[in-house]
Design a binder for this molecule. Structure first.
Ligand SMILES: NC(=O)c1ccc[n+]([C@@H]2O[C@H](COP(=O)([O-])OP(=O)(O)OC[C@H]3O[C@@H](n4cnc5c(N)ncnc54)[C@H](OP(=O)(O)O)[C@@H]3O)[C@@H](O)[C@H]2O)c1
Length: 261
């Protein structure tokens, strides 16, 4: 990070990915600030400076960025367009403070899969790339954790519908976290090659494996869905073209979790 401060701000530092980034940074002795909309919980790691705030709040974000050398931007919500507002706020706050290196986590295929959430993430990429700030953008495939969480929710019903014929290339969130930590301690690199997990699986097989791990018996029903979004997934736009990067297989991930029904 050159002459910049060593302190790193992690937005969304309480989320699935963000908390792993925070854990890795603190383990490496890097001073960390964390932004979350929630107050500091009792079990928060002591070395972390906890900032309760919202990525869309210009005043709060300016204070959060003041004095940091870099940002790992993991805050995101699938339910609103707050991410786009948040990106503009981040850029303005970054320009007004020390022009920190911004490392942004995006998703493979955001430019080709016509989902509203992906469209917003693609716009966020553009806002950051055009900001003039030092920026690194890393797209990753779906996390292993996402399938386990989705299965947990879907298994509240006796039938679990899954779009038929879609193959995924999931990656362990902790391997993505390691990648982001490596990137944030280096020079800005613009858009990086996409990363994904070591194997490709049918969606229904991933869900069945999660159900097994959760100890739940449910009927998985592959649905012959169609439309532009499912077609884009069937075309594999959410998978990497080059080398995979991740090494932890989905099976190894499931075994490593204490998942229980
Ligand atoms: N999950 C995947 O499979 C996957 C794959 C590739 C890339 N990604 C990307 O990785 C990033 C992190 O994903 P994740 O799975 O870790 O998500 P997550 O668990 O939902 O974490 C996102 C965090 O963002 C915070 N957040 C949301 N809205 C906010 C706001 N307005 N202001 C401040 N904080 C806000 C939330 O923290 P608080 O509630 O504490 O405020 C939440 O914990 C996202 O950008 C996602 O698109 C995810």
């Amino acid at each position: 990070m050159g002459n910049r401060s060593d302190e790193v701000l992690v937005t969304g530092g309480r989320g699935t990915l963000g908390r792993l980034v925070v854990r890795r940074l603190t383990a490496a002795g890097v001073p960390v600030r964390l932004v979350s909309r929630r107050p500091r919980p009792a079990d928060a790691p002591p070395p972390v400076t906890w900032i309760t705030g919202d990525q869309t709040d210009p005043v709060g974000m300016r204070a959060a960025l003041d004095g940091v050398g870099a940002v790992v931007h993991c805050a995101s919500s699938v339910r609103s367009k707050a991410d786009l507002v948040g990106a503009r706020v981040l850029v303005d706050a970054g320009a007004a403070t020390g022009r920190p290196h911004v490392v942004y986590i995006s998703i493979v295929g955001v430019d080709r899969i016509p989902l509203g959430y992906y469209r917003v993430k693609h716009q966020v990429e553009a806002v950051l790339q055009e900001s003039g700030l030092p920026v690194t953008i890393q797209r990753a495939t779906q996390f292993h954790e996402l399938f386990l969480e989705a299965t947990r929710m879907l298994s509240r019903s006796p039938l679990v519908p899954v779009p038929a014929g879609v193959w995924f290339q999931p990656i362990a969130a902790d391997e993505v976290a390691a990648r982001l930590v490596a990137l944030v301690s280096g020079e800005p690199r613009g858009r990086m090659p996409d990363i994904g997990g070591p194997d490709v699986h049918r969606g229904e097989d991933l869900v069945r494996a999660c159900l097994h791990r959760l100890g739940k018996r449910r009927l998985v029903v592959p649905i012959p869905a169609w439309g532009r979004t499912v077609s884009a997934y069937r075309a594999g736009y959410h998978r990497t073209r080059g080398p995979a990067h991740g090494r932890t297989t989905f099976t190894e991930f499931l075994h490593s979790t204490g998942a229980a029904a």
